[in-house]
Design a protein around this ligand. Structure first.
Ligand code: LIP
Length: 274
């Protein structure tokens, strides 16, 4: 018999507690000095000891409070304690340090991102900037907040006036394709911001500190919590051609800007390339 799903607010409170402790660990380890522990998909796709330690801390904390839940993390994947079939209606999606290269270089634009998914739908999420302590939260249908303030996205309706954020992958061929797309797009927007952490980019768009965001190549852990914050702040979040936001492309924009940005990115084959 399938268990009943816990209330979203309860999942959010767990996420916030776990993310705050995780961010404190990441902050302390940064102060103690970090170095590259290993590389992943390419020589520039680095992982530090802190990425691993923080993810283990998050997984252990979630196991203590909700031992039957599944966990998907950037560094350890689906983990080892996959619960019995039918038990896990809840899956946690964690990026221990989104913006790892910024973290390595000491740039204050990296975050712990933790989302709770029930039956495949993200229902609660938190993104906490490791350096500044800024914290964004959201529940499905319950709105998005930072510092107790309910967030509303930008009201910009003209793509030519939009400040757009984006990012590049770790593969040189993909970066070359993304740069070609950007070179064609940039004359049609106000300007571009490349800050290096998708979870934070989505949260800044959610509160109108940016007007829109798009990126190819994101994994679930990069965008799960941030996309909920963005959606709950009034943004349309999706992919090309009516598809959901995913590795092909994530676009987050106010409803009036989504169409024009989507059409430009589609014409530029933004989800194509390596
Ligand atoms: C990063 C993303 C960012 C992207 C980087 C990288 P990581 O995630 O948040 O948007 O441009 O290439 O994928 O690797 O720091 O978790």
């Amino acid at each position: 018999m399938q268990r009943s799903a816990p209330p979203q607010q309860e999942l959010l409170e767990i996420a916030v507690d776990v993310a705050r402790d995780a961010a404190a660990t990441a902050h302390r380890m940064r102060a103690e000095g970090v170095s590259v522990a290993a590389t992943k998909s390419t020589v520039t796709d680095v992982v530090t000891a802190a990425d691993r330690a923080v993810e283990r801390q998050v997984v252990d904390a979630l196991r203590r409070v909700r031992p039957d839940d599944a966990v998907l993390g950037e560094e350890y994947g689906a983990g080892d304690g996959t619960p019995a079939a039918g038990a896990a209606r809840v899956r946690w999606i964690v990026d221990p340090i989104d913006g790892t290269v910024n973290y390595l270089y000491g740039l204050p634009y990296c975050a712990v991102s933790l989302a709770a998914e029930v039956d495949g739908a993200v229902v609660a999420g938190v993104v906490r900037n490791v350096a500044t302590g800024e914290e964004w939260t959201a529940t499905a249908g319950g709105g998005a907040y930072r510092g107790g303030r309910r967030l509303r996205c930008s009201g910009e309706t003209d793509l030519g006036q939009a400040l757009v954020a984006t990012g590049f992958g770790y593969d040189a061929g993909r970066r070359a394709h993304q740069a070609r797309v950007l070179a064609e797009l940039i004359p049609h927007v106000r300007d571009i911001r490349r800050q290096g952490a998708a979870a934070l980019d989505l949260c800044l768009v959610a509160e109108g500190r940016l007007d829109a965001y798009y990126e190819k190549g994101l994994a679930a852990w990069d965008q799960a919590a941030g996309a909920l914050v963005a959606t709950e702040a009034g943004l349309r979040v999706g992919g090309l051609g009516g598809r959901a936001a995913g590795p092909d492309l994530v676009i987050a924009a106010p409803p009036a800007l989504f169409g024009p940005l989507h059409d430009r990115l589609a014409a530029l084959d933004a989800s194509g390339g390596p």
